[in-house]
Design a protein around this ligand. Structure first.
Ligand SMILES: C[S@@+](CC[C@H](N)C(=O)[O-])C[C@H]1O[C@@H](n2cnc3c(N)ncnc32)[C@H](O)[C@@H]1O
Length: 348
């Protein structure tokens, strides 16, 4: 119970006054209004416009005890607002990534002291989460792995994640994985046609390869340089029963494809920070009229056009004729840092 200022009105005016208080944002939604005899008492927030409203609408006030309203928290903001001082509310992270039983969150410097509470709040919100990890910076190195710090829960960085009906076992401290690319993966799977031969040049633990193989009658070659990611790729191929469709290859795509004899209908180049360096190889191994999905990084507002120009410049340096089928910002990975996809068709 909590003592609060209440607006007291006759039941006959209750609906009208409730709407008014709601409209003026004066109603305290954390407490339950109550009935006393012929009166309804609404808990109100004691803010500046309250005085004016009271006199304008001839409303009387009293102090009384209210019961707290039980609200199921809907966001981490909801939960943390109770814990973090008001001046820090603006820093409360609004988005988290859920990967199986693990939640990944960006804890801003200003909230570092509240890391444990943030972790606990996330577990409260998502009971399936067993471990909360804080992202310590972006993905780095050739393997695109990120530093992580456990802020709450079990000491495990390995989990099984489900996406588009497929299962992916992975260890977030050893391999790259981004659940936010899920929409892009299903887009590519849906435009892939039965009978295609697909090359996934930077396969990671296999999400593009496996989802495509699961949805279509295709053959896929999945190349990955990180031995840990490759190990999970092999395991995930088995886990999803696509061993007859997906062939994993451990190694540097540049070297693996140097003397490639096969040609492909579709090539996926999901290595945004340096995919352009491999575009000549992709163009060599893709069929005439075959498609390349090239992911790159852009860092400002005109990022899309600038990146397409960069891709076109690169193609001009090589001896190929290419049509740009589509271009799109896929997601923002950090403020003003975007992942862009350009779909290319090789004409010659
Ligand atoms: C951005 S991640 C994408 C992984 C995967 N496509 C996904 O959706 O999770 C890029 C992957 O390419 C791998 N990689 C980096 N350089 C490579 C290379 N030269 N050849 C093959 N794989 C490479 C990294 O280890 C990483 O797993």
């Amino acid at each position: 119970m909590e003592e609060r200022l209440a607006v007291r009105v006759l039941k006959s005016r209750a609906e009208e006054v409730r709407n008014l208080l709601k409209k003026l944002n004066l109603l305290d939604r954390n407490l339950k209004p109550k009935i006393e005899g012929d009166y309804v008492l609404f808990p109100v927030r004691n803010v500046e416009i309250l005085e004016k409203t009271l006199s304008e609408y001839s409303l009387e006030t009293v102090y009384t005890l209210f019961e707290k309203r039980f609200r199921k928290p809907r966001s981490i903001k909801d939960v943390l607002k109770e814990i973090v001082p008001e001046n820090l509310h603006v820093y409360i992270p609004s988005s988290i990534d859920l990967v199986g039983s693990i939640a990944l969150v960006d804890v801003p410097e200003e909230l570092k002291d509240y890391s444990g509470e943030i972790g606990r709040a996330i577990v409260k919100l998502y009971p399936k989460v067993k471990t909360v990890l804080s992202k310590e910076g972006g993905t780095v190195g050739d393997y695109r792995i990120r530093m992580l710090r456990k802020i709450f829960g079990e000491d495990s960085t390995e989990t099984v994640y489900r996406e588009h009906g497929c299962l992916f076992k992975l260890d977030l401290s050893k391999v790259f994985f981004n659940p936010r690319m899920s929409g892009e993966r299903i887009r590519i799977a849906s435009i892939t046609r039965d009978g295609e031969y697909v090359l996934d040049m930077f396969a990671g633990v296999g999400p593009f390869s496996i989802i495509i193989a699961k949805k279509k009658m295709v053959k896929v070659k999945a190349v990955e340089i990180n031995p840990d990611a490759y190990r999970y790729l092999v395991e995930n191929i088995k886990l999803n029963n696509v061993s007859d469709k997906v062939t994993p290859v451990l190694g540097d795509a540049g070297k693996v494809l140097e003397n490639e004899k096969e040609i492909y209908d579709r090539v996926i180049m999901d290595l945004p920070f340096k995919s352009l360096e491999y575009l000549d190889i992709a163009l060599k191994v893709v069929k005439k009229n075959g498609v390349i999905h090239l992911y790159t990084i852009g860092e400002d507002e005109d990022t899309l056009e600038k990146n397409v120009e960069k891709v076109q410049d690169k193609i001009r340096e090589m001896d190929h004729n290419v049509e740009i089928l589509s271009k799109r910002i896929v997601l923002e990975t950090a403020p003003r840092k975007f992942i862009i996809v350009v779909d290319l068709k090789k004409i010659s």
